[in-house]
Design a protein around this ligand. Sequence first.
Ligand code: PMP
Length: 302
Amino acid sequence: MSNTQWIYLSGEFVKKEDAVVSVYDHGFLYGDGVFEGIRVYSGNVFKLDEHIHRLYDSAQSIMLNVPYTKEEMEQIIVETVRRNKLESAYIRVVVSRGAGNLGLDPAFCSQPRVIVIAEELALFPMELYQKGLRVGSVASRRNRPDVLSPQVKSLNYLNNILVKLEANQAGVDEALMLNDQGYVTEGSADNIFIIKNGTIYTPPVYLGALEGITRNAIIDLAREKGYELKESPFTRHDVYVADEVFLTGTAVEVIAVVEVDGRKIQDGKPGKVTNHLLSEFRKLVTQDGVKCYDQEEKQSHV
Ligand code: PMP
């Protein structure tokens, strides 16, 4: 594999060292922009269509004009993986409002910036999946959907960063965010599921959770495997007394939660259903996805 990392930066591929943007970019000054995090498994981009749709929906919501069609964006993403000859990777797509003046008005920003970074993925340690996570609910509440919708995957992630800081302060692995009525919404960068008496529950997204692409894949997978699954509101109490708890996300995939606010979940070990869904999910990611290489290329350089 070559050592040069190529980054797509508004129309060209540049070396990582040269991939710089203006300090007047409103993505930097104001968090004005949108992004996606995507995974590549065995040279295939997982759920690429879903990620592109969510990116364009986020952009539409904040009146940001992505200067490419969805098909062009898909090609740019695949090409970025190819240029870097990656097989297992994490992709970050960013569309920022672009450079403007120091005022916040986007009307003075000339051109949206499009950035695609693909890099080899440092997998989460295996141990984390075997041990499970310790999670704590935090004082900061999830953005109200009528103030700043969690469906907009914007560059403004301060709500999530604040809860992550609280989790760090409390010495737990991940934060549990509640909405302003006290219902459980999600983690700082992952969706939550609980299992009780054989039924799997996840909060409806209107309570204040991002509609995660892994979440949706797990909903489909669980139903396909014959589990009953309901999108239904629940409180911290329901989490404390659940049979199993797990989180989902592009980076973390499916991971067990074994302790919440100091309460051990059952015997404090990852549960059977969680492990089953994780192994089914790992099968799915290798079968599915948009191919970056044809068979010959795969054998020759990947
Ligand atoms: N919630 C938030 C706030 C997130 O940032 C993420 C990561 N994108 C998720 C949930 C999980 O979503 P996905 O499965 O699409 O990665």
